[in-house]
Design a protein around this ligand. Structure first.
Ligand code: SF4
Length: 314
């Protein structure tokens, strides 16, 4: 994103969103936002100057470029700093590689020394894939030992190689993490477990409302997943929202998933809430992927297990 686009993006966001949202949350995600740290810094300073008391900044980063100066800036200004780290080196380096092909683990680990990782604003964002699932519990323990107090394991629904055995392993690992969360009490949060136990009914997708994503070129999109895909572009910072495009996505969202009618999870599942994810995964906006469906059921079982264990401990 250029400086001109960044300035226009902040101006657009402030003028469009400020009357709606309090606090004003600005989240940087990628790609990799720290590739353009000067722009991140500029957006933060400009937004803070305009709204001194109502801003909240969040970032998700692979931390490869995070040095002492950046770490200090993030700790001072950001309310959420998500570090993409999949666990110990063996698991992390399987999928997170530098341009030269070597794993990025050592770079990330070094970057952690520039953050207060025991501060709950810093979280470990783990992507769990079919080939790392067996080490999930051990990887969470590893990250706790490093000092993280907030850990967010997220199964990768776009990984097409999950087998029935892998999913059974994921369930086993989530049960083990449930037990671990109970042992940890308030010392640390494993978000995947606590979120499973506290699933709320879906809110309708607020396309074109108080939640919006801006691409490096200034395009407006309803969510992180859709950024850059022209099919889901709903406007531009220079011309504003295109109401016809907003309405097209709203209509997509209103229509029910025929294949899910009658399911007890209808009101809670990602597969019924986010039609864009469905369309990207299956080519049909109203047909969730098999993995979305299986994960929903797995998370429900995990949530029940965790609550029962919690209850039994009282
Ligand atoms: S995707 Fe599966 S779990 Fe989700 S609502 Fe449809 S049938 Fe139910």
């Amino acid at each position: 994103m250029s400086i001109i686009t960044a300035d226009r993006a902040v101006d657009y966001a402030l003028s469009h969103l400020v009357p709606i949202e309090a606090p004003f949350v600005m989240r940087f995600h990628g790609g990799e936002p720290l590739l353009n740290f000067d722009i991140v810094e500029r957006c933060v300073e400009k937004t803070k100057a305009a709204l001194p008391e109502r801003t909240q900044f969040e970032v998700t980063t692979n931390a490869c470029l995070l040095d002492a100066e950046i770490g200090k800036f993030l700790m001072k200004n950001f309310a959420r700093i998500g570090i993409s780290i999949d666990g110990a080196a063996d698991s992390h380096d399987m999928h997170r590689k530098l341009v030269g092909g070597e794993g990025s683990f050592y770079r990330v680990k070094k970057a952690l020394s520039h953050l207060d990782i025991d501060n709950p604003v810093v979280s470990a964002r783990m992507t769990v894939r079919h080939d790392t699932v067996e080490a999930l519990y051990d990887n969470v323990c590893y990250l706790l030992a490093l000092g993280f107090t907030v850990i967010e394991p997220v199964p990768d629904a776009s990984d097409s190689e999950w087998t029935r055995q892998d999913l059974a392993m994921l369930q086993t690992q989530f049960y083990r993490l449930s037990d671990l969360q109970i042992d940890l009490g308030s010392k640390a949060v494993i978000c995947g477990i606590t979120a499973s136990a506290n699933r709320l009914i879906n809110m309708p997708c607020d396309v074109g409302g108080k939640y919006m994503h801006i691409s490096p070129q200034g395009g407006l999109y309803p969510c992180a997943l859709s950024v850059g895909n022209p099919k889901y572009c709903i406007g531009h910072i220079d011309t504003g929202l295109c109401q016809a495009r907003v309405n097209t996505i709203k209509e997509l969202n209103i229509k029910e998933n025929e294949s899910c009618i009658g399911c007890a999870r209808y009101g809670y599942c990602n597969g019924t809430r986010c039609k864009i994810i469905n369309e990207i995964n299956t080519g049909n906006a109203h047909l969730p992927s098999m993995m979305t469906c299986k994960l929903e059921n797995l998370l429900v079982k995990t949530g029940r297990y965790y609550k029962e264990k919690q209850h039994a401990m009282r």
